[in-house]
Design a binder for this molecule. Structure first.
Ligand SMILES: [Fe+2]
Length: 182
């Protein structure tokens, strides 16, 4: 279950009903899929083969297809960030700069945790910590940044509306338009 912390005052929203209505008011969505149906070897393992990644996508085929139909997504893949990721700190340095995308950023967390800080519709920044089973959508054009949580690892299914055109547009000016996939 995701947790929400409001910025800058740090107030936590934990009650599911309050969380749902708050997110809706800010134009954000966070849902939950049943991650327990994945076999053990696919969880807690951050060095998956391409076949194992395909197996994860196959287990969630129904959910992914339904989301594709709902949001116009055309492709899905599995991405892993862990201590075994080459140049992890460089990547995190890019992800943690405020940016937005011309399409939705959709992540279903299979394992590990991540922290999205997102500028909601009201202009307020909201810190959403996601973990196993959480499906988060950052709508196109919405400013945000991302970092890992204390466990320093995450494994996600990503969905794309146009994988070839997906890139970060930085909101802190200098490298505007630089391409980086989170
Ligand atoms: Fe992003």
């Amino acid at each position: 279950m995701a947790t929400i912390r409001l910025c800058p005052d740090g107030r936590l929203i934990e009650a599911p009903a309050e969380m749902a209505s708050f997110l809706e008011g800010e134009g954000l969505t966070c849902r939950n899929w049943d991650v327990s149906k994945l076999r053990e070897g696919l969880r807690g393992n951050y060095t998956l083969t391409e076949a194992e990644k395909a197996e994860i996508l196959a287990v969630f085929k129904e959910e992914v297809e339904s989301l594709k139909a709902e949001g116009g997504y055309v492709a899905a893949d599995v991405v892993i960030l862990s201590e075994k990721t080459p140049d992890l700190e460089t990547l995190l340095g890019k992800f943690s700069r405020e940016h937005h995308h011309s399409e939705d950023e959709v992540r279903f967390v299979v394992d590990g945790h991540g922290i999205f800080t997102i500028r909601g519709r009201s202009g307020r920044y909201v810190e959403i910590t996601v973990g196993p089973g959480d499906l988060i959508t950052v709508p196109a054009g919405t400013r945000h940044w991302f970092t890992l949580a204390e466990d320093r690892r995450i494994k996600c299914i990503r969905l794309f509306q146009d994988p070839s055109g997906w890139a970060a547009i930085y909101d802190d000016a200098p490298a505007r338009g630089a391409s980086v996939q989170t």
